[in-house]
Structures are given as structure tokens and as C-alpha cells.
Design a binder for this molecule. Structure first.
Ligand code: ATP
Length: 421
């Protein structure tokens, strides 16, 4: 029998990672004679949900084997490896037959989990309606992600090769040669991306959390990713696994066409006109307001978005922009911006003397302007077009600030891209 296993919410901020648990689970299933077909899928869900540990990722993979036996193996793996002591860890797993009717409904549910917030009851309702075998510990919130990971329909997808540490090293400082990651990027970009951030001098591929991941190489091309992983020099790699993912696809973004009202905990692409000049607040965060079809919206480029803030600071009232990002606390956290049309900005200046070409002075309140030397006069100040220090086109946050789901410009088929690398 062919069936999908979906699994989520096994880890905590203190350790473990659902991808790692899945790799162990796949090994156990194969040891018992079952076959995992193709690569497992790492599906990133709504990045704004408050329950997430880190990147809100869930896993699914297709198994050819015995469902009842797989159920028992999965249960004991979850018991052994899940961070059950952590209050926020609520594991869930589902087993969905590949040929079942549930598979027709789950894509719609997955789309909702990626773009919106759903309740555990909604997941339990689907499980009940389609008689889906499942495992849940504690609240079982992981059932939401587990079902979504099975259902997600990937019209666009990318790959990630995750390398894991030796278990005895979990929690300790990761050992790796920084330069080798920059070399790997140099040799394989743009078929791989977000391995490093050149401008900010950060190795993005290596996490700093205490989980089992040593590094992850992301990209669109399997061979380029393999090549990058052969170039990097690190402590011993214990396990490696390719995942098919929705990372870098903008799958969380709801396009303006489909928006009825802008709500918190949702991510959008919205067209707007800059309504107030950007301003900085303490901490280096930059804000501005755009007037959209749905009303005025506050947008933010927070400090971690680094040089992206310089683009935002150059916006002027009247600029037409498309803003991309998640709305939280009534503020859209920018992931990308498309400067569609720059406003024409004018400045008033004292006129120039038509004889000597020097700038005239005020002749006194309400008395126009004059050239002291040539005695020429003019009534009004002149309007001078200000040269804008900003080009139209797309701008993105740098790799060190990229959200898992955000589509990097290097993957976007658009004109006028300003790639931060
Ligand atoms: P990691 O990236 O390390 O795997 P995580 O960030 O994926 O961790 P989880 O531990 O999986 O975080 O916790 C996220 C929880 O939120 C899961 O229980 C998942 O089912 C649930 N969840 C995910 N998306 C939604 C959503 N849109 N609405 C409601 N609950 C959600």
C-alpha cells in the first residue's frame, strides 16, 4: 500500500528538529522493509503563527509498505525523540492513503495553513471525516502541520540538502570553515542561493540554534547543491538528506486580487502609494505608511533587514509601490518591495540672475528676489526637479534576513531586479 506520512511539532527551542526525526523515522521504516518513494517534503507553513518554534516547517513523505506497522514505528520514534517535556511541543502525525479521497481535499486545507491560521478542531474534523489514522501527543497541534505537509500542492518548489551533526555534538558550537561556504556560494550561485550573505559577512546556511542541523544548502538544482556541499568544510557530517520544499516560493503571499481585508497573521502583496515620508525609530527600525485599496497601512523595515532599510529611507510621498510581507500588530513587515513608479519631487529655489547666472537673494518680505550685482529682479522662487537617488524596480531584504518562504529576487522572473547578495 502507498501512503503519505505527515509529521509536525516534535521539537522545541531547546533542541531536536522535525526534519531530523523524520530522517530517523525513514531509516527505521526502510530497515523494516518499507520503501520511501522520492524525496521527503519540507513544507513551510504560515510564518506568523505564534505556536512555531522556529521556521514553522512540517514534513511529509510517501511510503510503500504496511500502514499498521509504519504507525507503530512512527509512534515509538515520536515517543523517543520528541521534546515532550516542553510545554509548547504538541506532536502530531497522520497516515493518508495516496489513493484516498482525502488527498483531493487536503491541498485546500494546506493552502489555508500556509496563508492563514486554523484551529486544531479543523484538523480533527478532516481526520474524522476521512478516517485518517493519526498519532497525537498532548494537544496534538502538530496534526495541523502534518495534514498540511501531506496536502500542500507545490506548483513551484525548491530543494534543500540538510546535513546533520553527530548526536554527541548536539548543543555545542558548530565547527566549520567560514571561507569554504563563501567559496561554495561563488561556485554554485545562482543555482544555489542564501548560503552566505556577502554584504553582511554572514554564513546563512549554518544555524545557531541547538538543533541537530549542521548546515542546509538551498537551491534549484540538485547537482549544484551537491557540489556546494562537497566544497564546504565542516565537522563530521552524521547524516544528509535532500528535501523538496516550498522555501523561496512566496507561497505564503496572498495577492491583492484575492484580498478582502488586510488582517494580522497573514502575508500579502499589496499596491499602495507612499503616504508619509519614512522615519527611523530607536534601534534602527524604519517605518512608513502606504495608502492601499484597503486603507492606510504601516510598513516596517526592521533593523535586521540591514541595507534594505536604505532603500526604504529613500521613498518619498507619492511613490507607487508593491509591498510584500506579513502583517503583525497591524504593521506589514517588509520582505520585498517593488518601486513601481517614482513620484516627481520638486524643490523651490531662489531664481538665477539672467545676466551673471548667480543665485538671487530675497529683496525683503513680499518683494521678490534680486541680484545684488546686476540689479535684475524676479518675483517668485523657481521649481527645480529633484534628481531621485532611487531606481524603480524590485528590492529585497538581504539573505541574512530572509524568511524561509520568501522568494529571492534571483528566482523571480521580473525586470529591474536589485538583488542583495
Ligand atoms: P521547526 O522549524 O524547528 O520544525 P517549527 O517552527 O516548525 O519548528 P513547530 O514546533 O512545528 O514549529 O510548531 C508549529 C505548530 O503550529 C505546529 O503544531 C503546527 O501544526 C502549528 N501550525 C502551523 N501552521 C499553523 C496555522 N496556519 N494555523 C494554526 N496552527 C499552525
Amino acid at each position: 500500500m502507498r501512503f503519505w506520512i505527515g509529521i509536525d511539532d516534535t521539537d522545541s527551542a531547546k533542541g531536536m528538529c522535525t526534519t531530523y526525526l523524520s530522517v530517523i523515522l525513514m531509516e527505521e521504516l526502510e530497515k523494516s522493509g518499507m520503501r520511501v518513494e522520492g524525496f521527503p517534503r519540507l513544507i513551510r507553513l504560515n510564518p506568523t503563527v505564534p505556536f512555531k518554534t522556529r521556521g514553522n516547517g512540517a514534513i511529509s513523505f510517501l511510503v510503500n509498505g504496511d500502514l499498521e506497522e509504519a504507525y507503530e514505528i512512527t509512534k515509538s520514534c515520536m515517543e523517543e525523540y520528541s521534546m515532550l517535556d516542553d510545554e509548547k511541543t504538541n506532536p502530531g502525525a497522520v497516515f493518508v492513503e495516496a489513493a484516498s479521497r482525502a488527498m483531493d481535499y487536503l491541498p485546500k486545507f494546506a493552502d489555508k495553513v500556509i496563508k492563514s491560521v486554523v484551529s486544531i478542531d479543523e484538523a480533527l474534523f478532516i481526520i474524522g471525516k476521512y478516517f485518517i489514522p493519526h498519532i497525537k501527543f498532548k494537544l496534538g497541534r502538530g496534526l495541523i502541520g502534518a495534514l498540511a505537509a501531506v496536502g500542500a500542492e507545490l506548483n513551484d518548489s525548491t530543494l534543500e540538502l540538510l546535513s546533520y551533526r553527530e548526536p554527541e555534538r548536539f548543543g555545542s558550537k558548530r565547527e566549520y570553515d567560514r571561507d569554504s561556504f563563501f567559496r561554495a556560494d561563488m561556485e554554485t550561485y545562482p543555482l544555489t542561493w542564501d548560503t552566505v550573505d556577502w554584504h553582511n559577512d554572514v554564513v546563512v546556511a549554518v544555524p545557531s540554534s541547538p538543533d541537530p542541523v549542521l548546515y542546509g544548502i538551498r537551491g534549484d538544482d540538485l547537482n549544484a547543491i551537491k557540489k556546494a556541499s562537497e566544497i564546504v568544510i565542516t565537522e563530521r557530517v552524521d547524516k544528509k538528506q535532500f528535501f523538496v520544499t516550498n522555501q523561496g516560493t512566496d507561497m505564503h503571499i496572498i495577492d491583492e486580487r484575492d484580498v478582502k481585508a488586510v488582517e494580522n497573521f497573514h502575508s500579502y502583496r499589496l499596491r499602495g502609494v507612499v503616504a508619509e515620508k519614512p522615519y527611523d525609530i530607536e534601534g534602527g527600525h524604519v517605518f512608513f505608511h502606504v495608502e492601499t485599496r484597503f486603507g492606510k497601512l504601516k510598513c516596517a523595515a526592521f533593523e535586521p533587514t540591514k541595507q534594505f532599510r536604505d532603500v526604504v529611507r529613500k521613498l518619498e510621498v507619492g511613490d507607487v509601490v508593491d509591498v510584500y510581507g506579513s502583517v503583525k500588530k497591524d504593521t506589514l513587515n517588509l520582505e520585498k518591495i517593488n518601486v513601481v513608479k517614482l513620484a516627481e519631487i520638486y524643490r523651490l529655489e531662489n531664481p538665477l540672475c539672467p545676466v551673471c547666472g548667480r543665485r538671487m537673494e530675497s529683496a525683503g518680505r513680499g518683494q521678490g528676489y534680486r541680484c545684488r550685482k546686476c540689479k535684475t529682479k524676479a518675483e517668485d522662487r523657481i521649481r527645480v526637479r529633484v534628481e531621485r537617488d532611487l531606481e524603480e524596480g524590485y528590492y529585497e531584504v538581504p539573505p541574512c534576513a530572509r524568511r524561509h518562504l520568501s522568494k529571492p529576487l534571483v528566482r523571480m522572473d521580473v525586470d529591474k531586479k536589485h538583488v542583495f547578495r
